[in-house]
Design a binder for this molecule. Structure first.
Ligand code: GLV
Length: 328
């Protein structure tokens, strides 16, 4: 029997390719060449499955050009690069990689929070530039983390991981806002109190964004929301670009309307708004919140298992649109 053909869009672990090769004819991209949409379509024609990263848009055009496609396995928990509605309409399954990245991503959210509050990047640049000549009582004095109020917008698995770290590790008061309130036992496990978005903005000393991107979440934090935050507060975004209005944030940071920001994601990344590059009170990282080698390997293996699970056994592990399965 001939093996189904799949495409792997970006460089990945050899172990992941080896696993895929046991079941599929694999076209990979180990040189990690940047492909245009037309390149992607040309390679995807005739393939049954695709292993994607969040950088490749699987939209209506791609789906229309590749009618043999049955599954898109994203190596990310977020899937705003998928037009899931169009995929479902065409009977194409989407999968993502939840759970395996929860802890490393929550760790990174906390790293960014700490680095922002305690001005780690800014003070390191100062030292490397040879500007440190003597101690001063207020040299890079930052914001208190222990005992402060941690606000979380979006309380899924990663949000809860951040809440637990804040409550149990740093004695923080945790408040959160989410589309739906958590069951009482889950709130108790992370000592989190549900509040309105207005109270969250008003009360948080450190506001961490962990909500998924959707059109409704576009610019959930813009000039009006930033104006409601404390001037001493820090904003951390490990969710998705577009949730924050980057131009409004750059202006708020420049005018010290909030103390600082820690950002891992950007509108139009990998481009970064020039206003953010121009201000010192922001820590900028290149979308690496899940990036530890064990976690990235686990994400690759889960995406591979989704392809194998669906195309070989009819049972994907983490489907995003299970209605496609029900229709079969
Ligand atoms: C990373 O941003 C992810 O969604 O996994």
């Amino acid at each position: 029997m001939t093996k189904p053909s799949i495409l792997v869009t970006r460089a990945t672990f050899p172990e992941v390719l080896d696993k895929l090769a046991q079941h599929f004819e694999v076209e990979d991209n180990q040189p990690d060449t940047a492909w245009s949409k037309q390149d992607l379509i040309a390679r995807l024609k005739g393939k049954t499955g695709v292993f994607t990263t969040s950088g490749e848009a699987i939209d209506a055009d791609v789906l229309a050009a590749c009618p043999e496609l049955r599954i898109c396995a994203n190596t990310a928990v977020g899937f705003n690069n998928f037009d899931l509605k169009a995929m479902t309409a065409r009977g194409v399954l989407g999968t993502n990689t939840p759970d395996v990245l929860t802890d490393s991503t929550a760790d990174f959210g906390f790293a960014l929070l700490m680095a922002t509050a305690r001005r780690v990047a800014e003070s390191e640049h100062y030292l490397r530039a040879g500007k440190w000549d003597r101690w001063r009582y207020d040299l890079f004095a930052g914001t208190e983390v222990n005992g402060s109020t941690l606000g979380i917008l979006g309380m899924g698995r990663i949000g809860q991981g951040i809440a637990r770290r804040g409550a149990h590790g740093f004695g923080m008061q945790v408040i959160y806002h989410n589309r739906s309130r958590l069951p009482a036992e889950q709130e108790a496990a992370c000592k989190a109190r549900y509040v309105s978005k207005e109270e969250l903005l008003r009360e948080a000393d450190h506001l961490v964004l962990v909500l998924p991107y959707s059109p409704e979440a576009h610019h959930a934090i813009g000039a009006a929301e930033l104006a409601q935050m404390k001037p001493t507060a820090n904003l951390i975004n490990i969710a998705r670009g577009g949730i924050v209005d980057d131009a409004a944030l750059a202006a708020a940071l420049r005018d010290k309307r909030i103390a600082g920001a820690g950002l891992d994601v950007y509108e139009g990344e990998p481009k970064v708004h020039p206003g953010l590059l121009a201000v010192p009170n922001v820590v900028l990282t290149p979308h690496i919140a899940s990036a530890t080698m064990p976690t990235r390997l686990a994400m690759g293996m889960l995406a591979a298992d989704n392809l194998i699970g669906y195309l070989v056994h009819g049972k994907p592990l983490t489907p995003l649109n299970p209605e496609v399965l029900e229709r079969k």
